[in-house]
Write a protein that binds this ligand. Structure first.
Ligand code: G3H
Ligand code: 13P
Ligand code: ZN
Length: 317
């Protein structure tokens, strides 16, 4: 069942975080649904601009609608990840999306608010909610690369004005993470002080954490042992920080990179161990099961595992 993103936030806020997982193809979608059913978790499917253009946006929409039939117990929202204004309008007008993210965080404060406000007005007229970003994460967001020197944490004082003037429904905040596999070197913690301040200044506002992959060392080592060349010192967000962040108001946790690492590990190991193989379905089957296990594991760490019945009770009245 596709629900609104706000319906998920209402149940989750300050109790657990909802996993927001990016998908691009059929195998990821199957693994995603299986893993969420396996762990009895509500979830958010995220489609980036890149994902929508990978084949044709209608292919993804059809896959998701079919998955909804194949997995009748699943409860999820469909969200546009890192949208520009034009893509937000396309998604709003399509009638398929539960929510959109307008990412104008690279603009100055007033322009970010003006763009976000326009998207909010169009979205709310159709019952769609809007995630907006204040502050800037490092790494790559869609086509825009932000080097670490230009990344800046969200200012909690500014967050109050931003939320009031833009009318956004959730706030993507820069709280110490960055996108991609190369976030941190060595142990680095989330900025719990900033999360806490935002949460105090804008009570009730779900905070969204981008760049939440944990880049597991074991995954990187296995990929490299099977011929990959990833930086072995790369580190991500410690998984045991998800739930403390959730209890402070981080309600949506975006994870993409870790899923790509699962795909890379499965396929590198498969073809290393079976050089004569050329049928893509056997590794595809392994990937779908491994991806399902990965999703179920993440949901345990986010606290969303086991929350499906609570969400169902809240949305089906
Ligand atoms: O934050 C970006 C997401 O990981 C989506 O990545 O734009 O390469 O699909 P993508
Ligand atoms: P990761 O690169 O850490 O998986 O972050 C994904 C993300 O923020 C998608 O919007
Ligand atoms: Zn992101």
């Amino acid at each position: 069942m596709i629900v609104t993103t706000n319906q998920l936030y209402k149940v989750a806020y300050k109790k657990f975080a909802v996993g927001a997982y990016n998908i691009n193809n059929l195998e990821q979608t199957m693994g995603l649904f299986r893993g969420n059913i396996q762990s009895k978790a509500p979830f958010i499917i995220q489609l980036s601009k890149g994902a929508r253009n990978y084949t044709d946006k209608r292919m993804l929409e059809a896959i998701i609608r079919t998955a909804e039939e194949v997995f009748p117990d699943a409860i999820f929202a469909v969200h546009l990840d890192h949208g520009d204004e034009e893509t937000c309008y396309d998604c709003i007008d399509s009638g398929f999306y539960s929510s959109v993210m307008i990412d104008a965080s690279h603009e100055d404060f007033d322009e970010n608010i003006a763009i976000t406000r326009r998207v909010v007005d169009r979205a709310h007229a159709k019952g769609i909610s809007v995630e907006a970003e204040l502050g800037m994460l490092g790494g790559v967001e869609e086509d825009i690369a932000v080097d670490e020197g230009h990344a800046c944490l969200t200012n909690p004082e500014e967050a109050v004005e931003f939320v009031q003037r833009s009318g956004c429904d959730s706030l993507a905040a820069a709280i110490g993470t960055s996108h991609g596999a190369y976030k941190f070197k060595g142990q680095q913690s989330l900025r719990f002080d900033v999360i806490e301040q935002i949460s105090q200044k804008v009570p009730g506002m779900p905070i969204v954490m981008h760049g939440s992959s944990s880049v597991p060392v074991e995954e990187v080592q296995r990929i490299n042992a099977a011929g990959g060349k990833l930086d072995p010192s790369a580190r991500g967000v410690a998984e045991n920080e998800y739930l403390p962040a959730a209890r402070l108001g981080v309600t949506k946790v975006n994870i993409d990179t870790d899923g790509r690492l699962v795909w890379t590990r499965v396929h590198r190991e498969f073809f290393r161990d079976k050089p004569p193989e050329f049928d893509f379905r056997p590794p595809g089957k392994v990937f779908m099961q491994e991806y399902a296990n990965f999703i179920a594991h993440k949901n345990e760490k986010l606290g969303s595992a086991g929350q499906l019945d609570a969400v169902r009770a809240s949305v089906v009245k």
